[in-house]
Write a protein that binds this ligand. Sequence first.
Ligand SMILES: NC(=O)c1ccc[n+]([C@@H]2O[C@H](COP(=O)([O-])OP(=O)(O)OC[C@H]3O[C@@H](n4cnc5c(N)ncnc54)[C@H](OP(=O)(O)O)[C@@H]3O)[C@@H](O)[C@H]2O)c1
Length: 307
Amino acid sequence: MKYFTLDQLDTINQGEQKPARFAVIGNPVSHSLSPQLHQAALDSLEKDARYIRVEVEIGKLAEAFTKMHAAGIKGVNVTVPHKLEALEACQQVDPAAAHMGAVNTVILNADGTRSGFNTDGPGFSRAIREEFGVDLSDLKVIIIGAGGGAGRAIATQCTLEDCPQIILVNRSLGKIEELATKLLRLRKTESLAGPRDRISSIALDDPALEESIAASELIINTTSIGLKSADPSPFPSHWIEPHHLVYDSIYNPSRTRLLREASKQGARVANGLSLLIHQGALSLEYWLDREAPLQAMRQGLLDSIKD
Ligand SMILES: NC(=O)c1ccc[n+]([C@@H]2O[C@H](COP(=O)([O-])OP(=O)(O)OC[C@H]3O[C@@H](n4cnc5c(N)ncnc54)[C@H](OP(=O)(O)O)[C@@H]3O)[C@@H](O)[C@H]2O)c1
């Protein structure tokens, strides 16, 4: 799929009817569905604006923001591997993004400065409310794959919302032990009450995981297990019970083995499409200062996945 490099930024509007005003940057970036999500929204709001992809090398983010601002871009989504570098390249950083250590949404201000936000965590919170009709803050959660980028953002959101239980699970235990220490510190700085054992960590292959799953209400998969249709469930799915809510951050395929087997166990399930939509909707709200057209965004995504 089409993308621009930094050297091509002076050509982004050649032969185009609408000027490029928003962009996603990443490396690689050609797979990103953000243009389908956001262009559908911009068109539905009748904005004279295009949303493009820009591939940026590691270490060149500040330069990229400067060049994009000069080219007339107003808002940027940041994806892998640039979310930490984006935080460092912003003059103003929203506190939640600072806690997450990652920026995925940037406003390129008229005076040349940049404001950074993270919509992954709050987008997840909105997705859970939409999918299951409950507040994340009321749920005992277990995050399978908490050591990855998506898992960390969700774990931080759960901490900020003071969930009654947060169990971090990962193949590599070191990553989540470090994360748990950070999140416990965050609880302290945010003056959140409650016992320290609200946040705990356990390895994916620990036999005690079955007990941790039984004690949870919301099971979240943020591993990449399930991206391939032949992938197994990240843990034995007969551990899932009818009282569980199961959220798989993967949206393509739309029904991973985890979700199929969880449904058979009688649990309520949802895939990651709602996370993708809500994190994008929140970005758009920062840029345009108005409510995002969720239905148009959902349709734009569904059309592109179907293609
Ligand atoms: N719906 C959305 O909008 C959205 C947004 C972002 C990501 N996602 C999805 O979330 C998932 C993670 O993305 P990410 O960006 O966080 O990736 P990431 O930073 O690379 O993290 C990958 C995670 O998966 C674990 N993992 C990978 N292969 C594994 C295996 N064979 N066995 C056990 N654990 C394994 C990793 O464990 P280790 O730490 O041990 O390596 C890590 O926890 C992907 O499936 C992605 O599609 C969805």
